[in-house]
Design a protein around this ligand. Sequence first.
Ligand code: FPP
Length: 253
Amino acid sequence: MSRLAMPSNPPPIQPFEAPRHVAIIMDGNGRWASARGLTRGEGHRRGVEALRKTVRAAGEIGISYLTIFSFSAENWSRPPSEIRDLMGLLRRFIRNDLAELHQNRVKVRVIGERNDLDPEIRRLLDEAEELTRNNDKLTLIVAFNYGARQEIARAAAKLAARVRAGEIDPSAVTADLIGQNLDAPDLPDPDLIIRTSGEQRLSNFLLWQAAYSELVFVPTYWPDFDRAALEGAIAEYHRRERRFGGLIAQTGS
Ligand code: FPP
């Protein structure tokens, strides 16, 4: 056989170990829709379908934590009709899908600023967390009205108040203590952050927690994302060598 010839039966791809925590920036709903002459609202609706499929796939693959960027603190600058659409989709997602998520032992957590939200949305988010709090299969972290700089600023404000009250000394404010005052301090940092639609930036998502995350950017628009795309991103993650600033390669999971 020549040096370049491929064996006639290439070995099957090895099943991979799932990263423990995957976070996704679900981008490209608008471009997906405009490429088809559809409204942006329709793009977001198809985005929710892709989300359902992805949550199911994440559970099947064995991911323990899945964080999704659903509405950013900066999304308020979109036209009011689009904001209404996104709020409506969140309401419907929780009303229609919560029972099934609960049945599948999914624990829902929410990060972001809840105080500025419509009271009904706040109640739904609280209810989703309350109902699913004892579930143990997949934790779905919904980043809603979320911005990483705002999250870090909230942590700084809490610590500043404790310093002012004399409870802690300024020298006690370490990276660990800031981490412990973020919105969900008990969760592990993401091993893998995926952004769809070909954009290559974090856009104020999990800036603190992403310090050692692997970033994978895929060209797929979010409504077309599915289990195969998730597995492709995980395969890319496994090709990376994670060193966490040290010398010895480590796996994140
Ligand atoms: C980015 O597409 C996506 C969003 C702003 C929000 C993501 C929302 C969903 C997938 C549906 C809502 C789900 C819940 C649970 C509320 P884009 O509009 O920025 O797309 P573009 O960059 O192509 O315009």
